[in-house]
Design a protein around this ligand. Structure first.
Ligand code: TXA
Ligand code: MG
Length: 347
């Protein structure tokens, strides 16, 4: 069973030593908890894939503690001068933070980390514990989200303990992850700058710095890039996703424990009023709200936490509404889309 560590310097030092010995350490980042391993140690990397039951064709993100370390994992000389300038501007503006860059890789980065792609995903997390840990190892640290493949990402140490407690050596408890959804993955290695995964850094913020970027449609059933598998981030309950305000007033099946997931207090109140007039005297289902005030930042921070809570309550079915498609909205809708019932039991 994993040993829980605090964020005291001596505990972080122990975790750093463990990473250097090829062990697995789950640690907090501002997005979600990561399952860390020495990115230069192929045995440690193999343990990550095994612990997560993750297919090896899905590459990992390599985390660094300082932007000066970027050239040790990414070969920027393969980019045009113009593209290199773009990389510098993005890093200056958004690192440390929830932005992962896909760049040409250095030859010594193991194929297992990158699924033998010519590119590597690199991120400099903003969380002070993550930075301290990586700095103390003196190594690049590969870290996927610390959840079994296809299941909800962890935003608390307890989530990691429940899901992977018997597969990792240490878990550093740094409290709740502030951002709550994974980093935005931006591909700078191909012709068009493209968002491969919407995440904790909104597209609008990237575009306000570098102009229009492409975004691939992650709701396709035919993956075009690694990590585009349609079933992902799934709770145990079957989840159905509806347009804003579109959660049905008649439930699909009798006898199931159903919960509704609303964007805001306002949308819940409106739905409850319609439910009561359509079903006089009927008890309303459990109604959860992502953000009382209708803040997308708060909704992102609460998303995985609420889905974990609904799973702990052994709810059979979750009826969720989409949130507005701006700022962090696309990242939230993407996770909800991929958490849909079809994914249930796949992993
Ligand atoms: O916020 C985050 O990014 C968290 C924390 C722990 O940093 N990490 C995370 O890792 O979400 P993971 O492994 O769950 O997701 C990594 C994503 C996957 O969708 C993967 O396919 C994509 O990044 N990726 C990694 N390397 C890539 C590459 N060379 N080309 C394209 N996509 C890549
Ligand atoms: Mg993940």
């Amino acid at each position: 069973m994993a040993e829980l560590l605090s964020t005291a310097p001596e505990d972080i030092e122990r975790a750093a030593r463990a990473l250097k010995e090829g062990k697995l350490v789950a640690f907090p980042t501002e997005t979600v908890y990561g399952l860390g391993a020495d990115a230069t140690n192929t045995t440690a990397l193999a343990r990550v894939f095994e612990a997560k039951r993750r297919p090896t064709f899905d590459p990992l993100i390599v985390h660094i503690a300082r932007s000066e370390e970027l050239p040790s994992v990414a070969d920027l000389s393969q980019l045009s001068a113009e593209r290199r300038t773009l990389v510098t501007r993005l890093i200056e503006q958004f690192w440390p933070g929830p932005l992962t860059l896909i760049l040409p890789k250095q030859p010594h980065v193991p194929d297992l980390a990158t699924s033998a792609l010519p590119t590597v995903a690199v991120r400099l997390p903003a969380h002070p514990v993550a930075q301290d840990l990586i700095r103390r190892t003196g190594l690049p640290v590969a870290a996927p989200s610390a959840n079994p493949f296809g299941y909800l990402s962890p935003t608390r140490a307890e989530h990691v303990k429940e899901q992977l407690g018997n597969k990792v050596d240490f878990i550093i408890d740094g409290g709740r992850s502030d951002v709550g959804v994974e980093s935005t993955v931006l591909d700078l290695s191909s012709e068009e700058v493209t968002i491969l995964r919407p995440g904790g850094l909104a597209r609008e913020r990237i575009e306000s710095l570098i102009g229009p970027v492409h975004q691939i449609d992650r709701t396709t059933k035919h993956p075009t890039a690694p990590g585009q598998l349609p079933s992902h981030y799934a709770p145990r309950a079957a989840l159905s996703l509806y347009p804003a305000g579109g959660i049905p007033l008649q439930f699909p099946a009798q006898g199931e424990r159903t919960a509704c997931l609303f964007f805001s207090d306002a949308s819940r109140a409106q739905w409850l009023a319609s439910f009561q007039s359509a079903n006089p005297g009927m008890e309303a289902p459990l109604c959860q709200v992502l953000s009382h005030s209708g803040s997308l930042i708060e909704a992102a921070a609460n998303l995985f936490d609420l889905l974990h809570q609904l799973d702990a309550l052994a709810v059979d079915r979750i009826l969720a509404e989409r949130v507005p498609d701006r700022d962090l909205g696309p990242a939230i809708n993407d996770r909800l889309y991929k958490a849909r019932g079809e994914a249930k039991g796949n992993h």
